[in-house]
Design a protein around this ligand. Structure first.
Ligand SMILES: Cc1cc2ncn([C@H]3O[C@H](COP(=O)(O)O)[C@@H](O)[C@H]3O)c2cc1C
Ligand SMILES: O=C(O)c1cccnc1
Length: 352
């Protein structure tokens, strides 16, 4: 493994001792064991990940990666590519959904331009991009190996900056018109699925549009030799990936290597998670799946990752919004774990 292959370095394992201690405490709290369901599992998992008896989800760092997609030339999104850069400005001016959620959660929000079409630096946005937009993958590979390496490392660099605030949890989001097409192409290639099984409406395509999007992906997978599957994940990202998607995969691996739990958002971030886990399976333990998106293929990718999302609110926005919405649940799980009395402390009788 060379320095350039930092993403292959193993991630630490969660502490089994802390998990056991947390499970014992949950069983001693004044409730029938298991009655707080997923909230118990969450507190136990966080105790193991954070290696503490007092798991927390107070300090939240949100990092949002943006990128544009050459394949939008094929009409795969109902919105024009300009919207990506316009939304970057909306994020920093505070008007986007994720801006509001970040404020409500008292979370930091860093916006990284990992490859939008913007040619100049945007105020309040960290530019870390090897090029402006990917190539149209219906005609040629989206990225070169060097561009992909840059994007993965941009994710690692963003995590390095976020770590300075010692966050309890990292929330990852994305923005990029056309990126549900790239995400579906990556997932179809890695899971050996017909694109029609996994493609959805994205930002709002109709049924005809969805069929066209699937057929553009199917042709591209053939053209790049990605069917049947078994192609290495980095080759898949080069052929049909996105700069923000690669940066997300790099960020997930880097966060796991640094022992920071990651809250995964919807369809696009989950496709990036699938790529990350294929590149470095040891990062899987550090990923907490926040919600099931309304995007059609999300459940399939979640299943492939053996992931049970916390929420299903029929969200289909992205930006990290679903992950942000799940933060209060994590906070409540931690508060219950820390604050409830045990049967002994409260002099409550256990089962007969
Ligand atoms: C105004 C606006 C704000 C968004 N915020 C996130 N997305 C979401 O929609 C895009 C993916 O959908 P597709 O692949 O169909 O283009 C991504 O930018 C995703 O983050 C947005 C989309 C729009 C239009
Ligand atoms: O689930 C998502 O992340 C999603 C779905 C549709 C459009 N944008 C994002």
């Amino acid at each position: 493994m060379t320095d350039a292959e930092w993403y292959r370095a193993p991630c630490p394992r969660p502490s089994e001792t802390r998990e056991r201690e947390a499970a014992d405490r949950q069983n001693a709290l004044t409730k029938p064991p298991g009655s707080l369901g997923v909230l118990e599992r969450l507190a136990i998992r966080l105790a193991g990940l954070q290696d503490t008896g007092r798991p927390r989800a107070d300090k939240i760092s949100i990092v949002l990666f943006a990128g544009d997609h050459g394949v939008t030339a094929q009409g795969v999104s109902p919105y024009p590519s300009e919207v990506t850069v316009q939304m970057l400005q909306n994020f920093t001016q505070g008007g986007a959904a994720i801006s509001v959620l970040a404020r409500e959660l008292n979370a930091s929000l860093e916006v990284v331009d990992a490859g939008s079409l913007a040619e100049a630096d945007l105020q309040g946005v960290v530019a870390d991009k090897p090029r402006s937009g990917t190539r149209d993958f219906s005609a040629e590979p989206a990225l070169t190996a060097d561009e992909l390496a840059h994007a993965l490392a941009a994710g690692q660099r963003a995590v390095g900056r976020a770590l300075k605030a010692s966050p309890d949890i990292l929330v990852l989001g994305e923005m990029g018109i056309g990126n549900t097409t790239a995400a579906a192409a990556i997932a179809a290639a890695l899971l050996d699925l017909a694109p029609l099984e996994i493609v959805g409406a994205g930002a709002g395509l109709d049924d005809d549009g969805i069929r066209r999007k699937a057929s553009i992906i199917a042709d591209a997978l053939e053209r790049h030799g990605l069917v049947p599957s078994g192609i290495p994940p980095l080759a898949v990202l080069e052929a049909v990936g996105g700069l923000e998607i690669a940066a997300l995969a790099g960020a997930m691996i880097a966060a796991a290597q640094a022992r920071i739990p990651v809250l995964v958002d919807g369809f696009i971030v989950t496709a990036a998670a699938l790529a990350a886990v294929r590149i470095n399976p040891s990062c899987r333990d550090w990923l907490i799946f926040s919600h099931r998106s309304f995007e059609r293929g999300h459940q399939i990718v979640l299943d492939a990752l053996d992931a049970e999302p916390l929420l299903d609110l029929r969200l289909r926005l992205g930006e990290g919004s679903g992950a942000a919405v799940a933060v209060p649940l994590l906070r409540l799980a931690c508060a219950l774990h820390a604050g409830m009395a045990t049967f002994d402390e409260a002099s409550v009788s256990g089962p007969c």
